[in-house]
Design a protein around this ligand. Structure first.
Ligand code: TTP
Ligand code: MG
Length: 365
């Protein structure tokens, strides 16, 4: 199964503020800040408002929309609850982002337990626990399940029977396939391949000439074939950020500013990973490439950005000497405690990070 919450951020805002329910809601920063829409409630989507659209455009399309700034920590919290509900059904849960996951329920399905019933019960459980609606697609493989979950949103449930994968995909646009973005879509369209069914019937040679090395796997997908397993996420051991300066820096406002920036970035990644950290690690590289790290730990985990900034600053205070010049500074948070775990629930999970800004992010296990 692929399960994906409906209008996730906007639904959480409507949940926490009853006045927003039933109304067009857009989540994102203010238009003056040239912010974009992270998501829009289904009431706002009627007006054509979409994710990633400039907020100014969204508010022009739907002037009565209520704009709310995002509260990532809150979304992380709810996400942890939802993933915990998923894990009551099966331990084989592979989160893809805060609001979606693959679940392998193969072992649950039997003559007496149809997948429809399992999915319906999961939807009810998520609703009972969080009051949110989730759309579910179920199929014999990931590609088909993911596409199916999107088809009847919101509050959707689509089950594609075994053997019906190719027929299910055939009428859909190639764009629905994983990894087919606007450019690939254009290339395929120019070759007369607009639906997945048309793609499925093309020859391997033709697709390879159009799409290069990705051709064969794309063709397999179009034919409804995909044998990738659901891979439960492993605990991530560290999140952080570091930056190399254009020129070496001595201690001073500039170095402290860079330190602050990477510490904030590390804190942001921590929140995104739905975790708190007990340990803050400062990494420094001197002009001669010698690299050191210093760390401090606290009994309780934190994801508080200012606390991480100040602990990283204290580590720098303790190590810096007159005349030192640095070429890199990094802040890493380790000894992570997952938010769901901290709440006494089972399950460890994290999401893969998108790179933002010009600092270099790292996650290592
Ligand atoms: P999605 O699952 O893609 O979107 P959604 O849950 O808002 O709506 P639906 O699934 O019903 O179509 O993304 C989940 C959250 O991720 C979304 O609520 C906000 C965030 N997000 C962004 O911040 N930027 C984006 O461009 C997208 C697509 C999502
Ligand atoms: Mg969603």
């Amino acid at each position: 199964m692929h399960a994906d919450l409906d209008a996730f951020y906007a639904s959480v805002e409507q949940l926490d503020n009853p006045e927003l329910r039933g109304k067009p809601v857009v989540v994102g920063g203010p238009p003056e800040a040239r912010a974009v829409v992270t998501t829009a409630s289904y009431e706002a989507r009627v007006f054509g408002v979409r994710s990633a659209m400039p907020m100014s455009t969204a508010l022009r399309l739907c002037p009565q929309a209520i704009r709310v700034s995002p509260r990532f920590e809150r979304y992380g919290e709810i996400s942890g609850e939802v993933m915990a509900v998923f894990r009551t059904l099966t331990p084989v849960v592979e989160p893809l982002s805060m609001d979606e996951a693959f679940l392998d329920v193969t072992k649950r399905v039997s003559r007496y337990q149809r997948v429809e019933d399992i999915a319906r019960r999961l939807k009810a459980d998520v609703k009972a626990k969080t009051k949110l609606t989730v759309s579910i697609g179920a199929a014999t493989n990931k590609t088909v399940a993911k596409i199916a979950s999107d088809l009847m949103k919101p509050d959707g449930l689509v089950v594609v029977p075994a053997g019906g994968e190719a027929a299910f995909l055939a009428p859909l646009p190639v764009r629905s396939l994983w990894g087919v973005g606007p450019r690939a879509e254009e290339t395929l369209k120019n070759a007369g391949l607009e639906t997945i069914g048309q793609l499925a019937e093309a020859s391997e040679a033709q697709i390879e000439s159009l799409m290069g090395s990705r051709g064969p796997s794309l063709l397999q997908m179009a034919r409804g074939l995909d044998d990738r397993p659901v891979e439960p996420d492993h605990e991530r051991k560290s999140v952080g950020a570091e930056t190399t300066f254009p020129r070496d820096l001595a201690d001073g406002p500039e170095l402290r500013g860079e330190l602050r920036r990477v510490a904030l970035d590390a804190a942001r990644r921590l929140v995104k990973s739905e975790a708190t950290a007990r340990t803050v690690v400062l990494k420094l590289r001197y002009t001669n490439f010698q690299t050191i790290s210093r760390q401090n730990s606290a009994p309780e985990g934190t994801a508080d950005a200012e606390e991480i900034v100040s602990r990283a600053g204290a580590l720098l205070d303790a190590v810096v000497a007159e005349g030192d010049m640095f070429r890199l500074v990094g802040v890493h948070c380790t000894n992570l405690i997952e938010v769901a775990e901290a709440k006494g629930q089972l399950g460890l999970w994290s999401e893969s990070d998108a790179e933002t800004g010009d600092t270099e992010g790292t996650e290592f296990s």
